[in-house]
Design a protein around this ligand. Sequence first.
Ligand code: HEC
Ligand code: HEC
Ligand code: HEC
Ligand code: HEC
Ligand code: HEC
Ligand code: HEC
Length: 353
Amino acid sequence: MRKAFLIVLGLCFAAASPVLAFHDAGVAHCNGCHTMHNSEDGVAIDPDNPNGNPWLLVDESPSDVCLGCHATRLGAVFGDDPVNPPLLLGAGNFTYLLEDNINDGHNGANNPIPGYKAGHSIVAPGHGLAADGTLTAAPGGDFPASVLGCTSCHDPHGTEDFRMLYGAGRVVQDGVATFDNPAPTADGLSIFDGTGETNDNHTAYQSGMSAWCANCHGDFHQQADGRLIHQSGQILGGTIATVYDLYNGTASIQGGNHATAYLAAVPFEDPSMTTDGTEGPVASSQVSCVSCHRAHATSAPNAGRWDFSVTLLDEDGLESGSYAIPNPYGDDDQRSLCNKCHKKDEFDHLMTP
Ligand code: HEC
Ligand code: HEC
Ligand code: HEC
Ligand code: HEC
Ligand code: HEC
Ligand code: HEC
């Protein structure tokens, strides 16, 4: 009797658990992505490819399989209209790869920068996405652009790590590469989050993101061998941490304070960061690749978290007609967000006082 009761209870719990689980941080049921014969009820499961697909996948390419569920729902990493992107959860969005022009620099309207420069060009022919038109490999490394896709970074068979990203020693895409560095330590918003990224609802970057990007980009941003380039994965130090804390926009260089200084548009890594954390950095917090870039793509060249080529953030989108990345301070005179750490706009003359 008691046993029967427990079984009924168990069924209730099963029914009450989220209907929308699939990977559950591990390997989902195989036929969510694979088909053994490309046939069910005598009909091809992938009708566009009656002879089936490599790896016995249910769609044309690994990335097309993922986009089958994640294009416009379940975290929506893609969309059909790049000027109306889905809610931002942290990684940016691949929809901007569809843009014809993302150049908002001077005379950008007449010098288009094509959308494939908006970030990582996913190869997903079923969704109209092809390899990058310029870069043939990851700058700083040798990962080939010709096969770059969701499963270059995320393990389709799941991992315990942040966002199922590949970690150290893991073989990627059936042998294309082997990663040396571990997955980053971070905490993300639920892909069912209805609010999207804000200063108190954001990915909590804790550690290891720069080393993780280096799995493909090598020492691209390390000052090794005397190269003079901006560091990543190095501590901010007390002076820059204080600048970050006090900086509250071009119009308010000293107006901020440590308790509310966090700016989701310019994050730093810190082991104590939480998804609702609003505190600024401490001296040992680190500048990271994701302080300036997003992992997927943005409507600015080089997956910039803000457009590196505009003088005032309000100019974003004007020349190109592409999506204007929101100006986090909302002020017409706001300058580049490099200033969050460097306050080089300290002595600016405000143009619309
Ligand atoms: C979320 C989608 C997804 C699920 C679920 C999935 N796979 Fe895969 N699998 C892939 C993709 C995509 C590839 C192609 C290689 C790549 O892109 O990493 C692949 C490749 C493979 C390969 C060949 C290459 C390799 O990595 O060994 C085998 C074998 C395999 N899967 C078995 C399975 C089995 C067994 C299951 C169920 C326990 C499963 N897969 C569940 C997406 C999936
Ligand atoms: C059958 C639909 C389906 C397919 C196909 C699918 N996913 Fe998912 N994915 C989901 C659902 C549902 C969730 C949310 C719940 C969960 O994690 O199971 C999710 C969650 C995720 C997350 C977020 C996990 C987290 O930490 O919150 C990532 C990353 C992801 N999927 C990547 C992929 C990749 C990469 C592929 C292709 C190899 C893929 N998915 C294919 C349905 C799918
Ligand atoms: C699995 C390998 C891989 C990983 C991991 C990876 N990248 Fe890349 N990245 C590439 C390849 C290949 C290209 C060149 C092709 C392209 O631009 O799509 C590239 C290009 C880029 C570009 C230039 C985009 C453009 O269109 O000009 C930026 C910026 C970038 N990566 C930043 C990052 C950052 C930041 C991370 C970590 C969050 C990262 N990458 C992790 C493989 C990778
Ligand atoms: C170059 C590596 C890379 C590629 C390629 C990539 N991702 Fe991601 N993805 C990441 C990283 C890193 C994060 C965490 C970003 C953050 O929170 O800043 C992420 C986050 C996500 C999330 C969580 C929601 C969000 O927007 O933050 C989902 C879902 C996801 N990826 C699915 C996909 C799918 C589907 C594809 C292919 C269409 C893909 N990713 C391609 C690296 C990658
Ligand atoms: C301080 C901000 C900042 C940080 C931190 C940063 N980048 Fe960049 N990145 C830029 C800017 C700005 C550009 C545009 C080109 C330039 O100014 O050199 C760029 C360009 C790139 C490109 C494109 C290069 C090309 O030839 O097209 C890649 C790839 C890239 N970054 C990867 C990374 C990786 C990986 C990291 C972390 C290890 C990183 N970036 C950290 C600001 C940054
Ligand atoms: C998250 C904070 C952060 C952001 C955002 C940031 N930087 Fe830096 N920057 C640093 C740190 C930390 C250093 C190293 C300072 C030191 O060693 O004293 C640095 C150093 C520099 C240097 C001096 C390099 C040298 O070797 O002397 C320049 C120039 C610079 N940054 C430019 C930029 C530009 C341009 C941007 C925007 C594209 C930017 N930074 C964004 C944190 C940041």
